[in-house]
Design a protein around this ligand. Structure first.
Ligand code: ADP
Ligand code: MG
Length: 340
């Protein structure tokens, strides 16, 4: 048997490869693998399901991620996938695998964060599983949500002429992470030096304690706006916009000058000699929503708070491109998180 290395495929190609022969046996399964959540049709509405796995050393580092925040974030990243379908998350199950490095008190902290997120977002924790792990902490959360079938928004509905919005600042989580990693390195070399995190509350919160945009889903509902396509920005704007375009069979043109980046992130990018735009395009984990809106709703959306217009969906032959502030055009390529 030949051997193919995981990094030859990358995450998305690997998922495609492993799941290409998966059969659907039930007509209630109206959307399977490939979107932010799966959709199961019930009598009067649909149930949405999504799951995420967080591994110590891959997704989080307990040297700088407090367990309480980690529990909170683990819930948030799951809620975000249900919200990205324009649906309402309602229940979660939480499974943990822990090594004996962790005490009961440590796990209490993790659950305090989980409870805080559940109470704030009105989510019921309805089950899970607990087991030992040979090394480190593993958290797996499954989230269940609901929505009427005709209000579910998938990744594949974008059409040329649709406006593309994002719901908040991008790149902050990535720069928060760079800052934490830098201070960790300094601490490891000089344990007597205190971390210099400075006045960077916004970007640190972005990475350590993000929020899910439940408010946006409520706002869309209140204003009777049904987007054509939606995704949550977990892998990075480039990668996630490419998912929308690939699945919708379109191109897109976004403008550098329109991409919202907070000042704190701009300054931190400068400090790291990074281009803020690259951080916004390739850095993930901001958990904002990317929302495509058909032309007849442009006027309505323009007036809404938290909607940042970044560009337009185009015909597929135009490709997926970025127009720089100098008027140059660049093809956008996927540079999301590389897991392998
Ligand atoms: P997201 O970034 O929104 O969490 P992912 O990129 O993790 O989404 O997953 C994309 C799609 O592939 C989802 O529909 C997810 O359920 C599915 N998927 C991911 N990993 C697997 C797997 N090992 N087996 C089956 N489906 C998977
Ligand atoms: Mg998602």
């Amino acid at each position: 048997m030949s051997r193919t290395e995981l990094n030859e495929l990358g995450e998305f190609a690997l998922i495609d490869h492993l799941t290409q022969e998966v059969a659907i046996h039930h007509q209630e399964t109206i959307l399977g693998i490939g979107d932010d959540a799966a959709v199961i049709e019930n009598k009067d509405s649909c149930t949405l399901v999504s799951t995420d796995l967080l591994i110590e050393g891959i997704h989080f580092d307990l040297m700088y991620h407090p367990l309480k925040h980690l529990g909170y974030k683990a819930v948030i990243v799951n809620l975000s996938d249900i919200l990205a379908m324009n649906a309402v998350p309602k229940q979660i199950t939480v499974s943990v695998a822990v090594s004996n490095r962790f005490s009961v008190e440590a796990l209490e902290q993790l659950y305090e964060g989980i409870r805080t997120a559940c109470n704030l977002y009105k989510i019921d924790l309805v089950g899970g599983d607990t087991t030992a792990s040979p090394k480190g902490l593993i958290i797996s959360i499954t989230v269940i949500g609901t929505q009427q079938k005709d209000k579910i928004v998938k990744r594949n509905g974008a059409k040329p002429g649709d406006y593309i919005y994002v719901t908040g600042y991008l790149g902050g989580a990535y720069l928060g992470l760079q800052l934490l990693e830098r201070e960790k390195r300094i601490y490891q070399e000089h344990p007597d030096i205190q971390p210099q995190l400075g006045e960077n509350r916004e970007i640190l919160e972005r990475i350590l304690k993000p929020e899910a945009r439940m408010d946006i889903i409520r706002l869309l509902d209140k204003n009777h706006i049904l987007p054509s396509a939606m995704i949550d920005l977990s892998d990075g704007l480039s990668s996630d916009l490419l998912h929308i375009c690939k699945q919708s069979g379109t191109g897109a043109l976004i403008e550098e000058q329109n991409i919202p980046i907070q000042q704190e992130a701009q300054l931190m990018a400068l400090e790291f000699h990074l281009d803020p735009i690259t951080c916004a395009l390739s850095g993930g984990e901001d958990y904002e929503l990317l929302i495509c809106v058909p032309p007849d709703l442009h006027d309505k959306v323009k007036t809404l708070p938290s909607f940042y217009y970044i560009g337009e969906i185009t015909a597929p032959e135009n490709g997926v491109r970025l127009k720089t502030t100098h008027g140059n055009f660049h093809n956008i390529t996927a540079q999301g998180w590389k897991h392998f």
